[in-house]
Design a protein around this ligand. Sequence first.
Ligand SMILES: Nc1ncnc2c1ncn2[C@@H]1O[C@H](COP(=O)(O)OP(=O)(O)O)[C@@H](O)[C@H]1O
Ligand SMILES: [Mg+2]
Length: 305
Amino acid sequence: MVERLNEVLETAQLLVVMGKGGVGKSTVTAALGRLLASTGHRVLLVEIDPRENLHQLLDVEPSDGAVVRAGPNLELQHLHPRRVLDDLVAERLKFGPLARRVLASPVYQHFAEGAPGLKEAAVLGRILRLLEGHGPKGQEVPDVVILDGPASGHGVPLLAAPQLISSVIDSGPIGQMAQDIECFVKDAHRSAFVLVSLAEEMPIQETFELIDLMEYQLSREPACLVVNGLYPPVEKGIPYPSGDSPEGRADSLWRARSQINQEQLERLALRWRGPLLKTPLVAVDRGPVLIELISQTIETQLETH
Ligand SMILES: Nc1ncnc2c1ncn2[C@@H]1O[C@H](COP(=O)(O)OP(=O)(O)O)[C@@H](O)[C@H]1O
Ligand SMILES: [Mg+2]
C-alpha cells in the first residue's frame, strides 16, 4: 500500500491536504513539500486559509498573493479565492467596462459568495492552468502543487463544485473550465488527497465522514491518511512520578493522551486499511525545525515499508 503511496507522491501533479482545522494540515503540507522538493520535484505550496501561516512554518516572508521562494525547489503562494474568481471573470470578459460592471453588480457579488465551493473551484482552475503551462507570465511551472485545503466540510464542496458548475453551465469557457477541473480531480493519475487527523475521537469521526463524502461525490479514496500529533507511547516499566507533583501531573496527562491515541488508532484500523502515516507530537515550536522533523518521519515511513 505504501509502495503505491510512493508512486502517487512521485507522479501526482496536485496533492490536496484536507482535515479539520488545527490538526496539522499546514504542517503536513509544508513537510510533504520539503520532502518532495528534496527529491528533486519543483513544488509549489498553495494556501487559501485567510489566516496565512505557511510562511511562518517555513520561516519566509508572507506571500499575500506573490510566489515566495522557501528553499531549493520549493515555493509558496497564498491566494484569496474570491480574488482568484474575480480575476477569472475579468479575464473572460477581456478586462473591459463590462468586466467592471459585472464584478460590481450585486447579482455577481451574491453569486460569488453564495455558491458553495465556487471560489475554491476557481483556485483549482488557476492551479490547473498553471500546471498546463498557462499560468501568469514569468511563473515557473511546478511539477507538483500541494494545496493546503480548507477545513473539512469545505473540502468536499470544493472538489464537488466543478461537477456542479459543469452540470449547470455546460458550454462556453466557464463550462469548459469546470469540466476540465472535474476530470482533473477525478483522475487518480493526476490528483491525490491526503487526509490529516489527530488520533482523537472527533477528528477521527470527521475523517470517516470525509472518506464517505469523497467516495459519494467523487468516487475516490484518499491516497493516504496522516495521523498527526501522536503522543509518544508509554513505555512499560518506567516508574510513575508522584501524582501531585508537576512531573506527576504531566506524566498522567501523557499516559491518558497516549491511551486515547492508541484506542483511536485501533478504531481507525477497523475502517481504513489504506496507506497510513503516523507523525509524532514533537516539543518544538512552529517553524522550520518542526517541518524538518515531520518531513523526516514521513520519509522514514515511506522508505521502510
Ligand atoms: N506534530 C506536531 N508536533 C508539534 N506541534 C505540532 C505538530 N503538528 C502541528 N503542530 C502545531 O499545531 C499547530 C496547528 O498546526 P497547523 O499545521 O497550523 O494546523 P492546521 O493547518 O490544521 O490548522 C501549529 O502551531 C503547529 O506548530
Ligand atoms: Mg492551516
